[in-house]
Design a protein around this ligand. Structure first.
Ligand SMILES: Cc1cc2nc3c(=O)[nH]c(=O)nc-3n(C[C@H](O)[C@H](O)[C@H](O)COP(=O)(O)OP(=O)(O)OC[C@H]3O[C@@H](n4cnc5c(N)ncnc54)[C@H](O)[C@@H]3O)c2cc1C
Length: 434
């Protein structure tokens, strides 16, 4: 029954591509309105035959998602950014119905049963959402809070938490970072102490994306006093249990439409059967989960980088300084060419890492390199592009300034640049020997 449903949704998705053409923007708007909401198509026609990792099916999936984004998400982005949150249950239900929250998840739990390259394709297309906050919230649901559950969770847990998350009926969040531990995941303090067949959880989590709206958390907690890499477990924690307190929504410089919470646990009782996989392997599972999370983040940001370059080209082509378009000054078009070259290099690394990953290789080193480069490039690109918009770039309602704010997180979240460097050095065997 579930198999049939999943297959049907894939079929429906792939039929979508013949049923629509993307609506192109037409309408006379004032400049500020024009730059804040016009969708510039940055991409040349893509040909599946020539593509390194994508087939016709990947493009069909992307096309169907693009239509959904244009109809159901982008028209509301400015409003949700202003409100500082977005209706996660509503948006996830729309995405879940269409199959986009579990493209690489097992068909028996509502997923599409495709490989991770399809998640990368989805992440790329989500980059066409006109802010960073909503794609990040979706990514937490599909590729950050659920990969370990899909891979190692029991059938019972998958039925209770994975299936409704894939279908968009439940909102998930990931509880790893704490007030005193972010980069150093091994030093988290939240405890889950076994009492009979329950864990009693105390402590708290910080920076929890989707935290004010989530129905459950993929929680990393210490389940013993053993060595820090072997004493942790991932636990499916319903957020409506007594003792779970969402303390506050955190104000941020960017990612406005994504709610970020601080959460406390005051002797929360959860059945021991809610542990994902084997007790004590949570740290390892989380590290594995990070590979997908990091590749997902890179895939997501390359699309936005393309858009920002294209929008900067459009703006600087019509804006004149010293009797000629800003774009025609060599410093400007050369710089944009350099940045586009860097984006292409990053994309190549992403596709190479993805191709290796779907063949079963450990791509921790390449994923860390891509994440590092993604963060660094986002900072360079957003700064350079914003500069060419002049005063307009300093206003809050143009895409380039939103990207400038939102993309700064790329060098901090999901492992800061320095953490990526540490991982790369470990693989290069250049860390000081003890
Ligand atoms: C908007 C937002 C959303 C987030 N969403 C989630 C979420 O859903 N779930 C979750 O668990 N976490 C989430 N995070 C947390 C995020 O992953 C952490 O912020 C990140 O891991 C860094 O941890 P920290 O903030 O504690 O910084 P710290 O660990 O205090 O590090 C501070 C700085 O120290 C430097 N540093 C770190 N390691 C080294 C080193 N080895 N050598 C030199 N310098 C170093 C880096 O520059 C780093 O930025 C989110 C954060 C933000 C801001």
């Amino acid at each position: 029954m579930a198999l049939h449903e999943g297959a049907l949704r894939v079929k429906m998705l792939f039929c979508c591509r013949t049923l629509h053409k993307f609506a192109s923007f037409s309408g006379a708007r004032s400049l500020s309105k024009h730059v804040s909401s016009q969708s510039v198509s940055p991409k040349p026609p893509e040909v599946a035959d020539d593509h390194l990792i994508y087939t016709q099916e990947h493009f069909a999936l992307k096309e169907a998602l693009r239509k959904l984004i244009d109809q159901e998400i982008n028209p509301y982005v400015d409003q949700w950014e202003a409100e500082g949150t977005f209706p996660a249950h509503k948006v996830f239900k729309i995405l879940g119905n269409a199959g986009f929250l579990g493209v690489n998840k097992p068909v028996e739990y509502g997923g599409l049963g495709l490989d991770f390259s399809y998640s990368v394709a989805v992440a790329e297309e989500l980059g066409s959402i006109r802010c960073g906050g909503i794609p990040m919230a979706i990514g937490v649901q599909s590729d950050m809070a659920t990969p370990a559950l899909a891979r190692f969770g029991s059938d019972e847990l998958k039925k209770e938490f994975l299936r409704p998350s894939i279908m968009g009926d439940k909102v998930a969040c990931l509880g790893v970072s704490e007030v005193g531990a972010g980069s150093d995941v091994s030093s988290i303090k939240t405890k889950a102490v076994r009492k009979g067949d329950e864990y009693v959880i105390s402590g708290g989590k910080m920076w929890t994306t989707n935290g004010t709206q989530a129905d459950w958390m993929c929680l990393l907690a210490n389940t013993s006093d053993g060595p820090p890499h072997k004493n942790k477990s991932l636990i499916c924690l319903p957020m409506n249990l007594p003792g779970v307190h969402v303390a506050r929504k955190i104000n941020k410089i960017g990612m406005w439409s994504s709610d970020t919470a601080e959460v406390f646990f005051d002797d929360v009782r959860v059945p021991c059967k809610n542990v994902i996989g084997q007790e004590g392997l949570g740290f390892t599972y989380q590290m594995l989960q990070f590979q997908e999370e990091r590749l997902w983040a890179v895939a997501n940001i390359v699309t936005t980088m393309d858009s920002i370059i294209q929008e900067t080209i459009s703006y600087t082509r019509q804006r004149k300084v010293f009797q000629q378009p800003v774009l025609y000054h060599q410093a400007v078009h050369f710089r944009l060419a350099e940045l586009q070259t860097e984006v292409e290099l990053l994309r190549s690394l992403l596709y190479r890492a993805t191709a290796m990953y779907i063949k079963g290789n450990d791509v921790t080193k390449l994923a860390s390199m891509a994440k590092l480069k993604g963060g660094r490039l986002a900072r360079e690109l957003s700064d350079s592009c914003l500069q060419y918009w002049g005063g307009m770039g300093f206003t809050s309602d143009v895409p380039v300034s939103r990207f400038y704010r939102d993309s700064r997180l790329m060098s901090i979240g999901a492992g800061a640049d320095e953490v990526m460097l540490g991982i790369i050095c470990k693989y290069m065997d250049t860390l000081p020997r003890k």
